[in-house]
Write a protein that binds this ligand. Structure first.
Ligand code: CP
Ligand code: NVA
Length: 306
């Protein structure tokens, strides 16, 4: 893998194969004692947004790999008082072995990675959420035993970190993606025009019922991502027709699986009966964050990783 995981654009087909292989092993052999991949290493987590899954799965994963994690709220650092990203990155590179960052502007993460000499992992920016989507690929591969030719319909805000990363992931791994939203929340041209190494097709379809036809997976995410709370009323009104409801699920394949990165706003982007129903695999997705992120950490930080 490259030094940093900033977005799925840096992930190669071979990286993905290795992540799947190591995560499968880590999942089946989850030890009661720490592994040695991160022995003697300290990993910083700098978060300026809330998190349940990402923070806890990374901290537990680091411990299970034999390393130590240091959680840093951005506001507690001198960054919050105006120290530059460049200076912070250079200083932390002298203490830590990697940094995991959750922030607002993607450009801040890119800047940090530019000045840091240690790996930087994107734990979510407004633009991308690669750890989530690599996990989703792993989860789909567990269920379908392949990604090429598998169809996913994504309903809701098609211009957020999750949908942007799914577009890159389809173009990397070869699954077919149809995104469905009103025009205002359609994917950006830059995302649609991106060309990756895989053969996955990416299309936008404003009619959610057409979008889910023949889908093996239906994926949704909150309509109001962190940082966009001022737009709540407007977004709820525009996106209500894109709720993953029983009617939507019944319009897809009979064995369709329902995905959500969580946290969910039940009754908004997804109904209770769908998220709690037999087709839902949302908690498998959440669990797999741990196994996949352990694989990513081992690949980035253990030069002897088999
Ligand atoms: N899916 C996800 O990243 O969840 P958290 O915001 O709880 O970390
Ligand atoms: N799009 C969501 C993802 C949360 C994991 C957000 O950014 O809030």
């Amino acid at each position: 893998m490259q030094k940093d995981l900033v977005s799925i654009q840096e992930v190669t087909v071979e990286d993905l194969r290795r992540i799947f292989e190591i995560a499968t092993k880590m999942k089946s052999e989850r030890p009661s004692y720490p592994l040695k991949h991160l022995q003697g290493k300290s990993i910083g987590l700098i978060f300026s947004k809330s998190s349940t899954r990402t923070r806890v799965s990374f901290e537990v994963g680091i411990r299970e790999l034999g390393g130590a994690s240091i959680f840093l709220d951005q506001a507690d650092l001198q960054l919050g008082r105006g120290e530059t990203i460049a200076d912070t990155a250079q200083v932390l590179s002298r203490y830590l072995h990697a940094v995991i960052i959750r922030t607002h502007e993607h450009a801040e993460l890119v800047e940090f990675a530019k000045f840091s000499t240690i790996p930087v992992i994107n734990a979510l920016t407004n633009m991308f959420h690669p750890c989530q989507i690599l996990t989703d690929l792993f989860t789909m591969n567990e269920y379908s035993e392949k990604l090429e030719g598998v169809k996913m319909a994504y309903l809701g805000d098609c211009a957020n970190n999750t949908s942007n990363s799914l577009i890159l992931a389809a173009k990397l791994s070869g699954f077919d993606l149809v995104l469905s939203s009103p025009e205002e929340y359609a994917p950006s041209k830059a995302m649609m025009d991106y060309s990756g190494p895989g053969n996955g097709s990416v299309a936008w379809e404003p009619d959610p019922f057409k979008a889910v036809k023949g889908a093996d997976y239906i994926y949704t995410d909150v309509w109001v991502s962190m940082g966009y709370e001022k737009e709540t009323a407007k977004r709820k009104k525009a996106l209500m027709p894109y709720q993953v409801s029983r009617e939507i699920v019944e319009s897809a394949k009979s064995n369709v699986k329902i995905m959500h990165c969580l946290p969910a706003k039940r009754g908004e982007e997804i109904s209770d009966e769908v998220i709690d129903g037999h087709s839902s695999i949302v908690f498998d997705q959440a669990e797999n964050r741990l196994h996949v992120q352990k694989a990513i950490l081992a690949l980035l930080l253990d030069e002897n990783c088999p």
